[in-house]
Write a protein that binds this ligand. Structure first.
Ligand SMILES: Cc1ncc(COP(=O)(O)O)c(C=O)c1O
Length: 387
């Protein structure tokens, strides 16, 4: 059987895969099993932070792999402790819980917020306000947090205690806060799966004031927006707000699974011994890789992200066949006159990999994509949209 046939036969049919099998990559270039080369503007959905065959990261990971690959959380482990230290030093957060994915990072954020509510407001203060069109994961609880009915309908009943406000509408947040006993508000500063839609500065500033006045925690879901993707280390840093909890995953690992839930001053001690855990959480290999990624998210690197972003916006805004360009940093949504799926297919046939978010073509290139590759791929996207 071919790989495609094997996959169709034996892998659960939850993914609508593109009809190619990727076998190797270097930088922002990747090849399929027929030897065709592509410029990749998707990075495994915002994961391969510095592209494929990233030697600095791979060397660190290999070294750790050949030293000690796993210990369990019954023991102390250096990469885990050092990564937590770096995350706290770079964000001002106070403690970190490690897991393996974005959904799990959010599960921990939700548990911490509920425990905070119980300890500080009363046992009934369990409700979390999230936003419509948000995406927070695929577990039963993070699906409930996700403000999109389409993800809910096959798996009811979901975890109770989530209400969904209209994004960028502070009055709707206030209404829900008055109608429910709430402990937190959870948001993505740029709604990724919801169509690459940034929240407004006005909304986030008002949300922070409202949360402070009403003893509500702010939970920033930085699973997709985090780790340099928006041109700042974490997306919230573009808006001058200070969340109480920050969850992240994806690009932090650079290609290995890791989730991190950063707990700020108000929540740093709410989770005590035995209240949460994960067998693989804080795995030394994943943490060593993440330490390498984090150490390279320098001011210079972030400036490079902003410059590449400006180039893309400049090239695509107002271009023929393009209705709208949205997003922040290297997390960009392109609304085309043509159907997004047709644009994605045509780009792929011409050697450029892009992905979808709702009705938009989504671009999530490596933070260090060489300018030549970026120029070439954006040119192809423009040609496809214009035809
Ligand atoms: C904002 C956000 N939160 C959570 C998740 C879930 O992450 P994971 O697939 O690693 O569980 C995603 C995944 O796309 C995401 O974009």
């Amino acid at each position: 059987m071919s790989i495609k046939e094997l996959d169709k036969e034996y892998v659960a049919a939850t993914y609508a895969r593109f009809p190619i099998c990727l076998t190797a990559g270097n930088g922002s270039r990747v090849v399929d099993d027929e030897g065709k080369e592509y410029i990749d503007l998707g990075t495994g959905i915002a994961v391969n932070t510095f592209g494929y065959s990233d030697n600095a990261w791979a060397d660190t990971v290999s070294k750790q792999l050949n030293t000690i690959q796993h210990t369990s959380n019954l023991y102390y482990s250096e990469p885990c402790a050092r990564l937590a230290e770096q995350l706290c030093l770079r964000t001002g957060m106070k403690k970190v819980f490690f897991s393996n994915s974005g959904a799990e990072a959010n599960e921990c954020a939700i548990k911490a917020a509920r425990k905070y509510g119980e300890l500080n407001k009363g046992a009934e203060y369990t409700t979390i306000i999230t936003l419509r069109d948000s995406f927070h994961g695929r577990t039963v609880t993070t699906l409930a947090a996700t403000g999109q009915e389409v993800f809910h309908k096959d798996f009811l009943p979901l975890t109770s205690g989530f209400v969904h406000a209209i994004a960028n509408d502070i009055e709707d947040v206030k209404r829900l806060a008055s109608e429910n006993k709430c402990c937190a508000v959870m948001f993505e500063v740029v709604q990724g799966e919801g169509g690459v839609r940034p929240l407004t500065q006005e909304f986030l500033t008002a949300l922070e004031s409202f949360a402070r006045e009403n003893n509500l925690l702010l939970i920033a879901d930085e699973v997709q927006t985090g780790n340099g993707r928006t041109g700042q280390l974490y997306g919230y840093m573009n808006f001058g707000i200070t969340p109480d909890i920050v969850s992240t995953a994806k690009g932090l690992g650079g290609g290995l699974p890791i989730g991190a839930t950063m707990l700020g001053e108000r929540v740093k001690d709410v989770l005590g011994a035995s209240m949460h855990g994960s067998t693989f959480g804080g795995n030394p290999v994943c943490c060593a890789g993440a330490l390498n990624i984090l150490s390279r998210l320098t001011d210079e690197c972030l400036e490079g992200v902003r410059q590449r972003s400006a180039y893309i916006f400049d090239q695509l805004t107002g271009a023929k066949g393009i209705k709208n360009v949205s997003g922040l940093g290297l997390m960009i949504g392109v609304e085309c006159e043509k159907d997004a799926t047709d644009v994605i297919t045509a780009c792929r046939e011409r050697g450029v990999l892009v992905i979808k978010a709702k009705n938009k073509v989504r671009l999530l290139p490596a933070l260090n994509i060489p300018m030549d590759d970026l120029k070439k791929s954006i040119e192809i996207l423009k040609e496809v949209c214009a035809e």
